[in-house]
Design a protein around this ligand. Structure first.
Ligand code: NAP
Length: 295
């Protein structure tokens, strides 16, 4: 078994981003990312802070908009309209989850699709389905595919089983891996909470990707010998006695699953850093496309 080092691959992606930022800078351009936080969830605050720190390291213009959880849908959409019109901003991300009274689908509709670096606007969803490379693709699926490519995992013809069908991970990842050409051409099965005989299906996977948000759900029984496992799950489990009172674990029971795999991501330290790396890469792509550049 070999570990997939998400931190190392993310660094490589950041270096590529740095090079593209330098090329933009020569043209007097600086990519800008706006991250909108609604409410005060501690976990979301940590994610937003990490994104801002990475933006600063790479020289992005970054804007953090913190809004109270009492904000109305209409007011939030009005803030998004201001960001849509801001020429310094090329990427807009609304940190999920938002409070329950906010309709995330409507919010995604409100973002200018050219600045939709989370890839959730219907135009970008359609472009992914149509394999139009100008679309902005959700960052976590992009990160998962990049990890497979970096570790030279054969994707073409492989059976990829994805656990979870969310619009941010499972669904777009299924489209990416089944798309034609490099990094695609897999035979994809998506399983979810209503799937019967789940173990029987996951055991057929050459590539098994779990994004269900259930700590230690994936056991040795779910995995065949030699499979590649990408664990997207990041779950808080209570851990009395630690400073924070919790620790983070993936969807996989690592001790059981890892010995059976050829390759596996740890969680944390696997997909998480890739998500931020692909977000910043998407922001540079958005900046280039808005300015009609091919870098
Ligand atoms: P989500 O929207 O809650 O979706 C979870 C999916 O898992 C749903 O499709 C659900 O099925 C399915 N599911 C839940 N329990 C199941 C079970 N027992 N058996 C089979 N399927 C089951 O979650 P998400 O936003 O995609 O996130 C999933 C996990 O990934 C979370 O731990 C999240 O923190 C993590 N995540 C990590 C990153 C990163 O950067 N590493 C990014 C995004 C998410 P139904 O559709 O039938 O309900």
């Amino acid at each position: 078994m070999k570990l997939i080092d998400g931190i190392a691959v993310a660094k490589k992606v950041h270096e590529e981003t740095r090079t593209r930022i330098a090329a933009l800078s020569c043209r007097g351009l600086r990519p800008g990312l706006a991250v909108v936080l609604v409410g005060d969830r501690p976990a979301s605050r940590v994610y937003v802070r990490k994104k801002a720190e990475q933006c600063a390291k790479l020289g992005f213009h970054s804007l953090r908009l913190e809004l109270p959880d009492t904000i109305t849908q209409q007011e939030l959409v009005a803030h998004i309209a201001v960001l849509n019109a801001d020429p310094k901003i090329h990427g807009i991300l609304i940190q999920s989850p938002t409070p329950p009274h906010i309709n995330e689908i409507e919010v995604a509709h409100a973002i200018d699709p050219r600045k939709d670096v989370d890839g959730l606007h219907p135009v970008n969803v359609a472009k992914l389905a149509l394999e139009d490379p100008s679309g902005l693709v959700p960052c976590t699926p992009l990160g998962c595919r990049r990890l497979l490519l970096e570790y030279q995992v054969p994707i073409s013809g492989a059976h990829a089983v994805i656990l979870g069908r969310s619009r941010i991970v499972g669904k777009p990842l299924s489209l990416l891996l089944m798309s034609k050409g490099a990094g695609g051409d897999a035979t994809v099965t998506v399983v979810h909470s209503r799937t019967r005989n789940l173990e029987k299906i996951t055991c057929q996977a050459d590539i098994l990707i779990s994004a269900i948000g259930r700590p230690h759900f994936l056991s040795g029984r779910h995995v065949c010998e030699g499979a590649v496992v990408i664990d997207v799950g990041i779950n808080r489990v209570e851990c009395p006695g630690t400073q924070s009172g919790y620790h983070l674990v993936g969807d996989a029971n690592f001790k059981q699953v890892a010995p059976k795999c050829s390759l596996i991501t740890p969680s944390p330290g696997g997909v998480g850093p890739m998500t931020i790396a692909m977000l910043l890469s998407n922001t540079v792509k958005a900046c280039c496309q808005i300015h009609g550049l091919h870098l």
